[in-house]
Design a protein around this ligand. Structure first.
Ligand code: ADP
Ligand code: MG
Length: 229
C-alpha cells in the first residue's frame, strides 16, 4: 500500500504541474490567436505594435518550455568533481552586465581551499544562474549582492545575499511551488528547478528574508559522493 500511495501522490503532483503548465501556456496562445486575426485588418502602424506583443507572448511560451525542459527526464547527466569557485565566477561574469545596468555591485568572497563538489556541472551552473538572477531582479535601486563560499565538514555552503525587496514570511514556506511569480515577465519556475537540482545533489537550500531589506539564500552541497547516485 505504501508504494501505491507514493504513486498516487506522484500522479497528483504531476496533475497539478500539468494543469499549471496548460494554464500558463494557454494564456499567451489565446492572445496570439486573437492577434493573428486582428493582424490582417490592421494598418501598418498598429501592425508593428501587434507584432511586438506577439513576439513577447511567444517569448513567454519559450521561457516556460525551456525551464520545464530542465526538470524533464531523461537527460544524460554525469556526476563529476566540480570546481565551485570557477563555476561561481563564470555565473557572475554571465550576469554582470545585467547588474551593472542597474548599478548593482556583486562581491564574491571565497574561503581558501574549497574542495570540489560531486555534482553535475551544468545543473549547478543553472542553479546559481537562477538564484543570482533572482537576486538582481529583486533590487530596483542600486546596491550590493554578496556571494560567500565556506567550507564545512563534508559540505560547502554558498550564500547569496541581496538588498532587494525581500519575500513575505508566508511565501517563504511555499517557495519552489511552480508558477508563483511576482514579476510581470516571470515564469515562476526558476526556484522549482533549483529545488529539483539541489535534491538531486543531496543538498539543502534555505531562504531567510526581511521584506524591504533583502534576502539570503544558503545552499549546502556535499563534497563527497551522495549514496545512491
Ligand atoms: P521568477 O523569477 O520567474 O518569478 P522564481 O521561481 O525564480 O520565478 O521565483 C519565484 C518568486 O520568488 C519571484 O517572483 C519572487 O517573488 C520570489 N523571489 C525569489 N528570489 C527572490 C529574491 N532573491 N528576492 C525577492 N524575491 C524573490
Ligand atoms: Mg527567477
Amino acid at each position: 500500500t505504501e508504494e501505491l500511495m507514493l504513486k498516487s501522490e506522484k500522479l497528483s503532483v504531476l496533475g497539478e504541474l500539468a494543469a499549471g503548465v496548460a494554464h500558463e501556456i494557454r494564456n499567451p496562445l489565446t492572445s496570439l490567436k486573437g492577434f493573428t486575426k486582428l493582424l490582417s485588418d490592421a494598418d501598418d502602424g498598429i501592425r508593428q505594435e501587434y507584432l511586438r506583443i506577439m513576439e513577447s507572448e511567444l517569448n513567454r511560451i519559450n521561457d516556460i518550455v525551456s525551464e520545464l525542459m530542465l526538470v524533464a527526464k531523461p537527460q544524460a547527466v554525469s556526476f563529476e568533481y566540480t570546481n565551485i569557485k570557477d563555476l561561481i565566477y563564470s555565473v557572475v561574469r554571465l550576469l554582470e552586465t545585467q547588474a551593472i545596468i542597474k548599478n548593482i555591485q556583486i562581491w564574491v568572497n571565497i574561503q581558501d581551499k574549497i574542495p570540489p563538489v560531486y555534482g553535475v556541472e551544468n545543473q549547478l551552473k543553472q542553479l546559481f544562474i537562477n538564484l543570482l538572477k533572482n537576486a538582481i531582479e529583486s533590487m530596483d535601486a542600486e546596491g550590493e549582492i554578496h556571494i560567500k563560499i565556506e567550507n564545512r565538514n563534508h559540505s560547502i555552503v554558498i550564500m547569496i545575499m541581496d538588498q532587494g525587496c525581500g519575500i513575505p514570511p508566508e511565501r517563504l514556506k511555499t517557495l519552489g511551488e511552480p508558477f508563483y511569480t511576482t514579476k510581470e515577465k516571470g515564469t515562476g519556475l526558476g526556484l522549482m528547478v533549483c529545488f529539483k537540482i539541489i535534491e538531486e545533489h543531496g543538498g539543502e537550500i534555505r531562504f531567510s528574508s526581511v521584506e524591504g531589506q533583502g534576502t539570503k539564500v544558503e545552499i549546502e552541497v556535499p563534497t563527497i559522493p551522495v549514496q545512491g547516485v
